[in-house]
Ligand binder design. Sequence first.
Ligand code: SF4
Length: 254
Amino acid sequence: MIFDYSYPQLEELLATVGEKPYRARQIYEWLYQHKVTHYDQMTNLPQSLRDQLSEVAPLTQLELATKQVSADGTQKYLFRLHDGHLIESVLMDFDYGQSICITTQVGCNIGCSFCASGLLGKKRDLTSGEIVAQVLEVERLAEVRVGNIVVMGIGEPFDNFTHLMNALYTINHPWGLNIGARHVTVSTSGIVPMIYQFADLKTQFNLALIFIPNDELRSRLMKINKAYPLQEVMDAVRYYVETTNRLLPLNTSC
Ligand code: SF4
């Protein structure tokens, strides 16, 4: 799907069909600002290019399966993917604006005992496009402009690192969804090598940690404590804070 392409990747794709880089900006604006649902609506692109793009990068949307609205106004969207899997995105209306919680995997392999997402294990990673499309689709369906993103839905984001980062770059890109990096928070259960990798990217995206304060309790609630004990996680967190000069919220739940 077209939403899988980060801006540089789209420029590369366009180069392979002999198009100039400026077409990438036109396409991004149609997708993320005008939120069109068909290539034929991209009226400043030649018909031949629209046809080629439909073939190699279809403009497919997430299919809404159900929507629930709770008493406090929180909206839960269940989307059906092309292979039938279901994923959830949650829109919350706070004093400081609309915030969306998005999903990065179908299921989860981490298996924290307090979380239903890990019960059946991971079925597959979401593509970058499937991650980005949740924000786009909820903005379209709810007719809101999302100001904050928390990557805390189903799945461990750092277990799908490449697709996650590609999606975040599109979410943050000025011609993409244009949501400031400081308004995007990625929550991890504590995959130590990926915390170092995330820190080394030196982006302005926020990191949050599902925090259990001692090894004994953490081992009981989170299997991941065996591979990455609390001390190693906190060393990685310290490295993240020192490398990025950013503070790190510690969550006590997902
Ligand atoms: S809390 Fe997060 S990491 Fe743990 S099982 Fe649930 S989705 Fe996976």
